[in-house]
Ligand binder design. Structure first.
Ligand code: NAP
Length: 575
């Protein structure tokens, strides 16, 4: 068996790279195992045309090193995928990370070894590496769904998946192309594919809300201003619900605002672009009436951009409140449907029946394609973790432990799985936030835990079942307060057949969540048992650090939210 590691990290995306660096700084023996041939995670795999970050790059970048901040220059507000990948490589080279990363290797299993207070980690090479701590830095959107279609194997053209795009790129010129899906990946790639393909047919099952990015170079003045004090900029971003500054208006109630003021505010945010419109009003995520005001505004914007009213109608979301599925941020998405070489097919009224040798047949029509792009999404948040055969103290797998949906303590640890950390795992703010700020918060916290264990010569830390249950209830109740559960979204596990429906992220916000984590630490790691061999060094079973009720919430919104929590409690037998 290989030499024992202190820390084995699964994945070398932004989370894995920072965990590696942080562990090394602590003098730990660490290695990362990465399936790809390079670093970058999401930005290594998702190379489809038009792929770019949809949080501004000055925010979506590491903040742990002042010199790194000063030396890297983003070319645009929203960096394109090649630049993000170049940044990941720059960081890896700058901190000499690659020597501790094993590329083109997968972790297939991790089994708890009680005698060693550690894990035996199996690789797809058959090797077994013992490690005291295992960190799952596997990404939240890294495993594509297994979606398949009748006749797919008979199709003679080329199939591309946005999440596994060929590294050499694809030339669609002169080609008839079909694309299935209208989530963020499709909405970014459709305008670019349309520019080069002879013809593009978009197969849409559910329309999504999308807002314009207003991308462009970062003005020199703005960048110089940022360079003066990136610390202050990041401190402000991190202490927000979303992990980036989105100009929230905590006392603005849409249902009590005159229509002309609503319009002015929404126009201002639409002109600014990106996600700004998500935080126009404090009630829009909770009150359906307030949400409809914002949704109607976006519907109007779709009608303004799309010339054919029938197509505009098809593109207008009707089955979910705005923001309850992850909104998309685009460049020219809606206007692309004004092109002569682009057609939208509504799969609800004309369902896809089968692939054929030459293309796709729907109930009413047949299409011939040289290539079809599948932009059909991911088994989000739990997929990459459950695919590893992780067995804890009782031999139970994590997949079995999560049979009713993921249950974690702080989205960070799982009861029965000591010394196993999840970075931005289910039950943490994660995908509702700027991922890099969430990653840095989590990695710093895990490093604190490990340092604290080492200081007291402890062998392991494990979340208690009581704390896990209390936290999971809190995550469920927090989601129940909002409109999120009303959408059939990947946030709810609804895009994967058979996946339990449970809201996967913590809606309380990154600011609130960070305070909770700090309180847990300051109370001597409440909700955890810390031990060495048979000896329990510290045990604090209960989680008590619930956040205080929001201070500024309007009374009628608070009432609405609390009524939903009561209903959730009743349904789940909680008092
Ligand atoms: P997605 O949002 O889950 O979208 C998948 C699309 O495929 C949906 O339109 C879905 O329709 C459709 N689809 C799935 N199975 C289908 C089937 N059998 N038949 C027809 N249509 C089917 O996936 P994504 O676009 O890859 O995005 C996932 C997430 O990744 C995003 O929400 C975002 O968080 C992240 N992302 C971020 C960026 C960025 O930062 N720039 C870019 C891309 C992705 P239904 O809605 O009807 O299920």
């Amino acid at each position: 068996m290989a030499e024992r590691l202190d820390v084995l990290i699964v994945g070398a995306g932004f989370a894995g790279m920072y965990m590696l660096l942080k562990s090394r700084e602590q003098g730990l023996k660490v290695q990362a195992i990465e399936a790809g041939s390079g670093v970058g995670g999401t930005w290594y795999w998702n190379r489809y045309p038009g792929a770019r970050v949809d949080i501004q790059s000055l925010d979506y970048s590491y903040g742990f090193d002042a010199r790194l901040e000063q030396e890297w220059r983003w070319s645009e507000r929203y960096a394109p995928q090649p630049e993000l990948l170049a940044y990941a490589n720059h960081v890896a080279d700058r901190f000499d990370l690659k020597k501790d990363i094993r590329f083109k290797t997968r972790v297939t299993a991790a089994h708890w070894d009680a005698k060693a207070d550690g894990w035996n980690v199996t690789l797809d090479t058959g090797e077994v590496i013992p490690a005291r701590f295992v960190v799952m830095a596997t990404g939240c959107l890294s495993v594509p769904t297994d979606v398949t279609f009748p006749g797919l194997d008979d199709y003679k053209g080329t199939i591309y998946r946005t999440s596994r795009w060929p590294h050499e790129g694809v030339d669609f010129s002169e080609q008839r192309v079909g694309i299935i899906g209208t989530g963020s990946s499709a909405i970014q790639s459709i305008p670019i594919i349309a520019e080069s393909a002879a013809h593009l047919t978009v197969f849409q099952r559910t329309p999504n809300y999308s807002t314009p990015a207003r991308n462009g170079p970062i003005p020199e003045e703005e960048f110089q201003e940022w360079l003066k004090d990136p610390r202050a900029f990041r401190a402000r971003s991190r202490y927000t619900p979303t992990g980036f500054w989105n100009d929230p208006r905590e006392d603005a109630i849409a249902t009590q605002t005159p229509p002309d003021e609503i319009k002015a505010e929404l126009e201002r945010r639409w002109a600014w672009g990106g996600f700004r419109i998500l935080s126009a009003f404090a009630d829009q995520a909770i009150d359906p009436e307030a949400n409809k005001i914002v949704a109607d505004f976006i519907a109007e914007k779709i009608r303004e951009q799309v010339k054919d009213p029938k197509v505009a109608e098809m593109l207008t979301p009707k089955d979910h409140p705005f923001g309850t599925k992850r909104p998309c941020v685009d460049t020219n998405y809606y206007a692309t449907y004004n092109r002569d070489n682009v057609e939208l097919v509504d799969l609800r009224s004309d369902p896809l029946e089968t692939f054929t040798a030459t293309g796709i047949r729907t109930k009413n029509r047949s299409f011939d394609f040289d290539a079809v792009v599948l932009a059909t999404g991911f088994d989000a948040m739990t997929g990459a973790i459950e695919r590893v055969d992780i067995r804890g103290v009782n031999g139970e797998t994590i997949k079995e432990h999560w049979a009713a949906g993921p249950e974690t303590y702080l989205g960070l640890m799982v009861a029965g799985f000591p010394n196993l950390f999840l970075i931005t795992g289910p039950g943490s703010p994660s995908v509702l936030t700027n991922m890099i700020n969430s990653i840095e918060q989590h990695v710093d916290y895990v490093a604190d835990i490990i340092a604290s264990l080492n200081a007291s010569q402890a062998g392991r830390i494990e979340a208690t079942r009581e704390a896990e249950q209390a936290w999971t209830d809190h995550v469920d109740q927090s989601a129940a307060m909002t409109l999120f559960p009303r959408a059939n979204s990947w946030y709810m596990g609804a895009n994967v057949p058979g996946k339990p429906r449970r809201f996967l992220a913590y809606t309380g916000g990154l600011d609130v969540y960070s305070d909770i984590c700090n309180a847990v630490r300051d109370k001597g790691w409440e909700g955890f048992v810390i031990a060495r061999g048979d000896q329990v060094l510290r045990a604090s079973h209960e989680f008590t650090s619930f956040p205080p009720p929001p201070e500024n919430m309007a009374p009628h919104i608070m009432e609405m939210a609390m009524a939903r929590v009561e209903a959730w409690n009743k349904e789940h037998g909680r008092v």
